[in-house]
Design a protein around this ligand. Structure first.
Ligand SMILES: Nc1ncnc2c1ncn2[C@@H]1O[C@H](COP(=O)(O)OP(=O)(O)OP(=O)(O)O)[C@@H](O)[C@H]1O
Length: 219
């Protein structure tokens, strides 16, 4: 999958909270490569992830995944695209407290219409890929911060997305875990040949990325 944004303008909020975030922003992203989105707080890193991930529509401009401009899709089509082709890994992991590591992935596949025995085997394989073969039955409160982030990464990758969107993956973990997660994101991006965007303040994540885009707050 390739992703390109052309002349994307985004304004958030309404009335007194109306905030211009991007004005005619253009960028192109290639598969198998990690791009670090860098910039001060409020510069639009999370907003760019939301626009790329079809969670937020720009005011104008095109967001093209392969040959499809997602801004022209109906809501149901965007929902399907999000489920089938885009993996999200958010800051806190967003894991469900009552579920084991394997079940976190199966819950995602259930939402996407799966949930079969084949999916269970794939879920286990995805957790093995991120080094959690011996943590399959652990719930979030029985995992370290770094392990929770690895479950979140496995879940994001499990359904084979073409686009992986990652928001501050190392914000809540120690240096050693952060370095391991940065390396895993690179490895998995290569292995899955997906387009990966990572919003981050972490110099180690920025250093391991293939490219970086510096965002500045709109004046
Ligand atoms: N729902 C909203 N309504 C109004 N303004 C918003 C809304 N969401 C975000 N903003 C504004 O848009 C700008 C970009 O926010 P965004 O969260 O994308 O920044 P960021 O670079 O990810 O910041 P951080 O590093 O603090 O997470 C900020 O100025 C923010 O205040």
């Amino acid at each position: 999958m390739t992703l390109s944004l052309s002349d994307v303008t985004v304004t958030r909020g309404h009335g007194r909270t109306r905030t211009p975030v991007f004005h005619e922003f253009t960028a192109r992203f290639e598969p198998g490569r990690v791009t670090a989105l860098v910039g001060p707080s409020g510069s639009g890193k999370s907003t760019l992830l939301a626009v790329a991930g079809a969670l937020l529509l720009p005011d104008s401009g095109a967001v093209v995944l392969d040959d499809t401009d997602i801004t022209g899709l109906r809501e149901a089509e965007r929902t399907r695209l999000r489920r089938e082709r885009i993996g999200y890994m958010f800051q806190s992991g967003n894991l469900l407290g009552a579920l084991t590591a394997t079940e976190q992935l199966l819950a995602a596949s259930y939402v996407a219409g799966g949930g079969t025995r084949r999916h269970r085997a794939r879920a286990v394989a995805a957790l093995e890929e991120v080094g959690l073969a011996d943590r399959l039955k652990h719930r979030p409160d029985q995992l370290s911060g770094g392990e929770r982030q690895r479950v979140a990464l496995a879940r994001a990758l499990f359904l084979g997305p073409g686009l992986l969107l990652v928001d501050e993956p190392t914000a809540a973990v120690d240096r050693t875990q952060a370095d391991a997660i940065a390396k895993l994101i690179i490895d998995r991006t290569r292995a899955h040949d997906c387009v990966t965007l990572v919003a981050t303040h972490d110099p180690a994540v920025i250093a391991t990325a293939d490219t970086r885009i510096d965002l500045n707050p709109e004046p």
